[in-house]
Ligand binder design. Structure first.
Ligand SMILES: Nc1ncnc2c1ncn2[C@@H]1O[C@H](COP(=O)(O)OP(=O)(O)O)[C@@H](O)[C@H]1O
Ligand SMILES: [Mg+2]
Length: 231
């Protein structure tokens, strides 16, 4: 289990997270929602060791981690797919996947199993990264993260800018991945999107957890949640 406990993150003198606590269990899809600038990306980066904590603790399976770095978190199996997607534009789909693969024969996620999760990518295996649609790039970015054999997958706005059909394909793939005991945090600005997947929700507002609860409570509290998320 991955936990953030009372995390504070600053950019220079500006505080982006105020004592944010959250946890992700294996096989659980957790949604992290909130309006633009609420601190969602910062919280994901803190969980992945991409942004240092000024105060607070990251725990992995109960032990507090010291001197957290992105390399260390990645070795522990924490994979972040940033909103920028970071696909190599000049490499083909297959070469992009080979760059990330630490897979061996016994690994759950190989280039071939990533292609069966995303048949669309298999069709595009020789296309250059730069030639992919937004949805295909997102699929490639998720596939690359899976090739690191993650225990926890952190997805920053995976459906942003995608057509409804592509967004649905990405969400279905996320559902499949979660069914294999991988913990998932999905960040979205629109709470409707993760509603079909997530078991628990955190709503961030101005760098604080303004609301948290399970899906049933989220639906019951929809009015309050909408207020916290409206621009
Ligand atoms: N690299 C950065 N340098 C300075 N301020 C930043 C940086 N990234 C984010 N911020 C600020 O931190 C706050 C939270 O941003 P972010 O985590 O990106 O929010 P969200 O993902 O919810 O839109 C915002 O006020 C944003 O302007
Ligand atoms: Mg963001």
């Amino acid at each position: 289990m991955l936990e953030l406990e009372r995390a504070q993150v600053f950019y220079g003198g500006a505080q982006a997270l105020f004592e944010v606590s959250m946890e992700i269990e294996p096989g659980e899809v957790v949604a992290l929602v909130g309006r633009n600038g609420a601190g969602k990306s910062t919280a994901l980066k803190a969980l992945a060791g991409w942004e240092p904590l000024r105060e607070g603790t990251i725990r992995w399976n109960g032990s507090a981690l010291r001197a957290v770095s992105a390399e260390q978190m990645s070795r522990l199996g924490i994979a972040l797919v940033p909103d920028s997607r970071q696909v190599f534009p000049l490499l083909s789909v297959e070469e992009n996947l080979r760059m990330s693969s630490v897979a061996h024969k016994a690994s759950r996620w190989t280039i071939e199993s990533a292609f069966s999760l995303f048949p669309r990518l298999a069709e595009r295996r020789t296309a250059a990264g730069a030639a992919l649609s937004g949805g295909e790039q997102q699929m490639l970015a998720i596939a690359r993260a899976l090739l690191c054999q993650p225990a926890v997958l952190l997805l920053d706005e995976p459906t942003e800018g995608l057509s409804p059909i592509m967004a649905q394909a990405v969400l279905e793939a996320i559902r499949t991945v979660a069914s294999e005991q991988i913990g998932i945090v999905i960040v979205e600005q629109n709470a409707r999107i993760p509603l079909q997947l997530a078991r628990r929700f955190y709503v961030l507002d101005s760098g604080c957890v303004a609301w948290k609860g399970n899906r049933e409570a989220f639906l019951r509290d929809e009015e309050k949640v909408n207020r916290l998320m409206s621009v």
